[in-house]
Design a protein around this ligand. Structure first.
Ligand code: PGA
Length: 252
């Protein structure tokens, strides 16, 4: 049994005091949840305060990116040891917005992923096709390219600690969710790829989240699919009411 994992990707939103207000509400409403792993990913500037607020709770903190070197002359970057020191547990890697606006490639995703694993951070690696790619029937080619390129060289043991997020770019922030069947189809394909790249046991144990306009209204139908193991939530993670309802929607 794969335990559901719901992660909130706050993107470029919330200064520290707003972030602390939100996680205090989440703490209050989600304190008893044991059926799902819960993660919040604030911007770098709010990580320290959020991590302090969530110490010894069932809500883990994630970062939205990291650099692959530990330290040195890399102005503007943040490393895995820096995140670990703050109490960060998870890190999102290769989000489509980073691929689209910040020249992220499979190669750089792979470097970040290795750095995260080396330092014991739990990576959430994002893959997904855009609208033109879906409309020209290239979805599976893109997913294969993202998975093979991003996860290259990992051992099966390392892969077991990775969460994969399938996020069709056309569904992110658009209100246009993939249907549960569309998502399930790609999740099965990803699991099949993982089986070929690693082995069956690894493929069965890796959690694959769906992301793209997840709301309290569609989470239950998505979670009813056998290969959907949780969600990476953007917009709806910025308010406690909707994020709490999404977490609660994963209860079987
Ligand atoms: P959304 O974003 O839920 O606002 O569509 C999801 C994501 O980008 O992770």
């Amino acid at each position: 049994m794969r335990k559901p994992i719901i992660a909130g990707n706050w993107k470029l939103n919330k200064v520290p005091h707003e972030a602390v207000l939100l996680v205090n509400e989440l703490k209050r409403d989600l304190i008893d949840v044991e059926y799902a792993d819960i993660v919040v990913c604030p911007p770098f500037t709010a990580l320290a305060d959020v991590a302090d607020t969530l110490t010894e709770t069932n809500i883990a903190v994630g970062a939205q990116n990291l650099f692959w070197e530990d330290s040195g002359a890399f102005t503007g970057e943040i490393s895995a040891p820096m995140l670990k020191d703050l109490g960060v547990v998870y890190v999102i890697i290769g989000h489509s917005e980073r691929r689209q606006y910040f020249n992220e490639t499979n190669e750089t995703v792979n470097k970040r992923l290795r750095a995260a694993l080396k330092h014991g951070l739990k990576p959430i690696v994002c893959v997904g096709e855009n609208l033109a790619q879906r409309e020209s029937n290239k979805t599976f080619d893109i997913i294969k390219d993202h998975c093979e390129g991003s996860l290259k060289g990992l051992s099966a043991e390392e892969m077991k600690g990775v969460v994969v997020a399938y996020e069709p770019v056309w569904a992110i922030g658009t209100g246009k969710t993939a249907t549960p069947d569309q998502a399930q189809e790609v999740h099965v394909f990803i699991r099949g790829l993982l089986e070929k790249m690693f082995n069956k046991e690894t493929a069965q144990s890796v959690r694959i989240q769906y992301g793209g306009s997840v709301t309290p209204d569609n989470i239950t139908a998505l979670m009813a699919q056998p290969d959907i193991d949780g969600a990476l939530v953007g917009g709806a993670s910025l308010k406690s009411v909707s994020f709490v309802a999404i977490v609660k929607g994963t209860k079987k």
